[in-house]
Ligand binder design. Structure first.
Ligand code: PMP
Length: 296
């Protein structure tokens, strides 16, 4: 658990030779994603009597919690939507946790989506429910851990922070910390087309059906973990763009990152004309190794 964090920051010199763009490689965490940090923060605050944990996840929180449960000797149940990649589902199981894949046909039915199933399971099994979409501890983890780490690694040399939005915990926690250090810093969110966060920040409505193959980012309804007051703008990216930039990250930078990292990179490419002379930092949440059968 102490191996979580202290992930490297690298400059994207080949994709953006005329700009200053760095990325923090969160796939270097032992559980394979940024969610290791949030899970560690939450488990430090669970009741001492806890024997079982439950969470809903697009896969990475599940793997982080399954890893921590193995270390701490906890029984662990994870619900995931059926769109989750095979590699991510198997990864959770490999740590010895129980994975419950919830059908997409139920997502729109109140009480039957993967989040609702987890909530019910936690009550029935008297388990600690992490609840990343509502818990204050989600963004707090990034406010006390990831944000300060990024700021000190870059010695404060950052003008624009670009971040994907899923639950909203990462952008809200890191964004708040960075703005407290430098109020002039801009925080820009990136999400797939027709996701709901852009409207929350800019009041610009985006007609059209939210549907994406990019895991971890975008929501048809904003999560309570998102704090719109720290976000200056949200840009939206088409799936094809996200996947194309994800492949370029692997093939030109040697960074095998997940689809959301491709989405974030596509967002930076969109913003490039506004970023001249600015020092840009982004977070790459997870590894492309978890999507070999899906995106590559
Ligand atoms: N990318 C991936 C691959 C993720 O798993 C997540 C977490 N859902 C995110 C981005 C977004 O992070 P957050 O939930 O903190 O907004």
């Amino acid at each position: 658990m102490d191996a979580i964090g202290n992930t490297p920051v690298v400059k994207l010199k080949r994709l953006f030779p005329n700009a200053h763009v760095v990325a923090k490689l969160e796939y270097m965490n032992p559980g394979g994603s940024i969610k290791d940090r949030m899970v560690r923060h939450m488990l430090k605050r669970m009741p001492a009597s806890t024997r079982r944990v439950v969470e809903s996840s697009s896969g990475n929180t599940g793997a982080a919690l399954a890893m921590a449960s193995a270390v701490l000797g906890l029984e662990c149940d994870i619900t995931v939507p059926e769109t989750t990649s095979v590699e991510k589902v198997k990864r959770i199981g490999a740590y010895g946790a129980n994975v419950h894949v919830c059908g997409a046909e139920n997502e729109g039915t109140p009480g039957h989506g993967y989040q609702a199933v987890a909530e019910r399971m936690a009550q029935e099994r008297n388990a600690f429910y992490l609840d990343q979409y509502c818990s204050e501890l989600n963004r707090q983890a990034h406010y006390v851990d990831t944000g300060p780490e990024l700021w000190s690694q870059l010695r404060g040399e950052i003008d624009v922070f670009v971040c994907g939005i899923g639950s909203g915990g990462t952008i809200s926690g890191i964004g708040r910390y960075l703005k407290e250090q430098n109020p002039a810093l801009r925080v820009i969110g990136v999400e797939p087309l027709h996701s709901s966060y852009r409207q929350m920040v800019t009041d610009v409505s985006a007609p059209g059906q939210f549907a994406t193959v990019i895991e971890g980012v975008g929501k048809c309804k904003p999560s309570r973990s998102f704090d719109p007051t720290v976000v200056d703008d949200v840009i939206q990216v088409a799936d094809e763009e996200a996947l194309a930039w994800g492949r370029r990250l692997a093939q030109e930078e040697g960074i095998l990152a997940g689809g959301s990292s491709g989405c974030i990179t596509a967002g930076i490419a969109q913003l490039l004309p506004q970023l001249q002379g600015k020092r840009v930092a982004a977070v790459f949440p997870d590894s492309g190794a978890f999507y070999l059968s899906k995106y590559f």
